[in-house]
Design a protein around this ligand. Structure first.
Ligand code: PGA
Ligand code: ZN
Length: 397
């Protein structure tokens, strides 16, 4: 039974306000905070009413706090349903999806603490497994200025353990720093919002650099390294063309480009290669390379069960990105994961570009049995999740 709840403003990794919630039970409590996106999907829930965290906090005090008091905290589905009912909209535009996320996760943490078990066990039951991390090493798009047009170039070293895999990803990040420093002599190069390298290079340059760096580390340590991209194509689609720094592609050319990144460059992971309306274009890409590559929908699905169902019907992708604050509650997220998993889609639990130091996604990736967790390679707010995975791995061995 919930005795009390607290809400406070804290800051995320971009220095923006975020909401943190504490749920207090008889003899345990749980605290959680929500991340924030920059390249948000159009069909995500609203982060804060009218973009203002204070309006959401005000709504919480007026309508939610009292309703939570005395609620049976073990009834997560009921609690999440109540949040929807009190909010009264289908996109959390009164309470804010980020505040809903913080309440929902804080409650699950409180119950886990009360039961004396880690959250991945409470949420996942017995079906948990260790994911491998996939992290952004070169970036651009809406996460930096003057970077690549493609938002993220990712690596996922397949080490024996999570600890090894994180370490090899970091070595690749470091190696890329050396390569870029060699290209930009006597100039500083920067890091984007997710702590990937960012500088004025083309997408083609980035592809070559990541291939070379991955090859260096994989041959030195005799491990497999998967490469990937998140196009976040919505952020450079103008309604007709995909507008790159140095060229502009029609829809069909963009489809061919995504296919060539799999076929010619051997990239395993390809996220949001097209705009979020083009379910059929996704299907075309997946049917051509889906046996070799994981085609993942992020802005395409926004962790929304109805959109995921549409993608399943159309065979649009073979992977789904999972972000709690795109849909607003743990129960809705778990429903999306269930639907995806039942239909053979792989789930990838993901951070946002603006993160707090909360590590709940490490627990969710384990709980959901996701093969990959997308949460960067360096930076305190990214390592909060990666280091938690190391602790969980220690428990599972
Ligand atoms: P966002 O981007 O957190 O800025 O939305 C992450 C992603 O597109 O995967
Ligand atoms: Zn994305």
């Amino acid at each position: 039974e919930i005795k009390d709840t607290k809400i406070r403003k804290i800051f995320d990794s971009r220095g923006n306000f975020s909401a943190e919630v504490t749920v207090i039970l008889e003899n345990a409590s749980g605290t959680a905070s929500a991340p924030a996106g920059a390249s948000t999907g159009k069909t995500e829930v609203i982060a804060y009413p009218d973009n203002n965290i204070d309006n959401g906090i005000d709504f919480f005090y007026r309508h939610v706090k009292k309703a939570l008091k005395g609620f049976n905290s073990i009834n997560q589905e009921g609690l999440d349903r109540m949040l929807h009912e009190i909010d009264g909209t289908d996109n959390f535009s009164n309470l804010g999806g980020n505040i809903a996320t913080a309440i929902s996760i804080a409650n699950a943490k409180a119950v886990s603490n009360a039961l004396g078990i880690p959250m991945y066990r409470y949420v996942g039951g017995i079906n948990y497994s260790m994911p491998r991390p996939i992290g952004n090493v070169i970036g651009g798009g809406k996460h930096s200025k003057n970077g690549t047009t493609i938002q993220e170039f990712l690596v996922s070293a397949q080490g024996k353990t999570v600890l090894d895999s994180i370490y090899y990803n970091i070595l690749i990040h470091r190696r890329i720093g050396e390569i870029l420093s060699g290209m930009f002599k006597n100039q500083s190069i920067g890091l984007g919002d997710e702590k990937a390298w960012t500088c004025d290079i083309s997408d083609e340059d980035a592809i070559e650099i990541i291939k070379n760096a991955s090859k260096d580390i994989s041959s030195e340590y005799k491990i497999k390294v998967l490469n990937g991209v998140d196009f976040a194509a919505d952020s450079f689609y103008d309604g007709n063309y995909y507008i790159y720094k140095n060229r502009k592609l029609t829809r069909d050319q963009q489809i061919d480009y995504a296919i060539s990144i799999s076929r010619d460059h051997g990239f395993y992971y390809i996220e949001d290669p097209l705009n979020d309306q083009d379910f059929d274009g996704f299907s075309e890409i997946t049917s051509k390379v889906g046996d070799k590559s994981l085609i993942v929908g992020d802005d395409l699905y926004t962790t929304n069960p109805e959109r995921i169902k549409k993608g399943i019907e159309k065979r649009s992708t073979n992977g789904v990105l999972i972000k709690v604050n795109q849909i607003g509650t743990l129960s809705d997220t778990a429903r999306s994961v269930r639907i995806a998993t039942e239909h053979g889609l792989k789930t990838v639990v993901s951070h946002r570009s603006g993160e707090t130091t909360d590590d709940f996604i490490a627990h969710l990736a384990v709980a959901f049995g996701s093969p990959l967790i997308k949460t960067g390679t360096i930076g305190g707010e990214r390592l909060a999740k990666l280091n938690e995975l190391i602790r969980i791995e220690e428990e599972l061995i």
